[in-house]
Design a protein around this ligand. Structure first.
Ligand code: I3P
Length: 123
């Protein structure tokens, strides 16, 4: 794991399937490909696991770890035809679209990630 942060999921954000499309990597545009990923939020990182079985104390090879320090999160209606889509842009220029059909679930994750972005960026 990059960095030395303790992997400690936030209460109520220990894991849920969300639809995720990474649309750019370090500023390079990627072809949009929505995937259902097992999503876990800690106090400064967002983990996208291929599936629930891969989640645990030590994130493995296929896990995408999103550093939330310095990131930007916003709802978007322009980047997808889907509903309840928000975009996370990292400070290294990677972009993720995150979506789920249930508005309250999408909103719950949006609020928690935004709070995490704000608090980890202040440090
Ligand atoms: C894309 C696929 C995506 C869609 C995207 C399409 O086609 O249908 O689901 O995004 O729209 O280009 P393909 O599988 O051939 O790559 P949404 O579901 O988010 O609308 P886009 O090009 O308008 O982003």
């Amino acid at each position: 794991v990059a960095g030395s942060a303790i992997f400690e999921p936030l209460v109520d954000f220990k894991g849920e399937h969300l639809n995720v499309a990474k649309i750019s990597d370090s500023g390079k545009k990627l072809r949009k490909n929505w995937t259902s990923l097992w999503t876990v939020l800690t106090s400064d990182q967002l983990f996208f696991y291929k599936d629930k079985q891969e989640s645990g104390l030590k994130p493995g090879g296929k896990t995408d770890i999103v550093q939330l320090c310095g990131a930007v999160i916003e709802w978007t209606t322009e980047k997808s035809s889907r509903k309840n889509v928000f975009q996370i842009t990292t400070n290294t220029g990677s972009d993720y679209l995150v979506q789920t059909d249930n508005y309250s679930t999408a909103s719950k994750w949006y609020q928690a990630i935004r709070k995490t972005v704000d608090s980890s960026t202040k440090d």
